[in-house]
Design a protein around this ligand. Structure first.
Ligand code: GDP
Ligand code: MG
Length: 205
């Protein structure tokens, strides 16, 4: 790894999940190496990559786990989730089915991950404006219903990639300082990018 991540105060394991092809590997590459691969279909995913982020004067080492394509066969093992304190469920805003499958990934987390895990739903590929199938409103409503964070990104041009990771790390940091369980805080995050106009009652909501 080219990033110097040896000196840190806290280590947080994050996992990336979501359907195959939504951009998990590229989101990770963009965040940790400022790289985008136009055709990464044949890339074999790394186990994880790390990057340090500063929050509240603390150096947090984010250890981000990516799948090696096992999600295609729904064969992510429980070891993948072990010790994770945060998860990004990624979908592709140009593919409705990948958004519908967010539900499946939520269930997967419920079954395999710690209940205190912080979740962020990420709508990726917003650079492909003309191909959008998932209205932002629908995803916002979904995230609000489950009390999880939401953001839209582009791994291609880097929009909101840094913000997404910083945000989930901040959530984890804040929640780890809570001694007693408290009612669900409002963790809702909105992308500040080109939020599209959406029909009031789109079919996906
Ligand atoms: P994964 O299977 O979820 O890891 O997805 P990949 O990161 O391998 O990406 C799948 C394909 O989508 C590749 O051809 C990427 O170049 C492309 N891709 C990923 N992120 C973006 C994005 O933000 N915008 C665009 N236009 N393409 C993307
Ligand atoms: Mg991948």
């Amino acid at each position: 790894m080219q990033n110097k991540t040896e000196n840190y105060d806290l280590l947080y394991k994050l996992v990336l999940i979501g359907d195959s092809g939504v951009g998990k590997t590229n989101i990770l590459n963009q965040f940790t190496r400022s790289e985008f691969l136009q055709d990464s279909k044949t890339t074999i995913g790394v186990e994880f990559a790390s990057k340090n982020v500063t929050i509240d004067d603390k150096t947090i080492k984010a250890q981000i786990w990516d799948t090696a394509g096992q999600e295609r066969y729904r064969a992510i093992t429980s070891a993948y989730y072990r010790g994770a304190v945060g998860a990004m469920i990624i979908y592709d805003i140009t593919k409705q089915l990948t958004f519908e499958n967010v539900d499946k990934w939520m269930r997967e987390l419920k079954e395999n991950a710690d209940s205190s895990l912080q979740i962020m739903i990420v709508g990726n590929k917003i650079d492909q404006r003309n191909l959008r199938q998932v209205a932002t409103d629908c995803a916002v409503a979904y995230a609000q219903r489950y009390g999880v964070a939401f953001i839209e990104t582009s791994a291609k041009d880097g929009t909101n990639i840094e913000e997404a990771f910083k945000n989930i790390l901040q959530q984890i940091y804040k929640s780890s300082k809570v001694v007693k369980p408290t009612p669900q805080p409002s963790k809702f995050v909105m992308a500040n990018t080109d939020v599209v106009k959406t029909e009031k009652s789109s079919s996906c909501c």
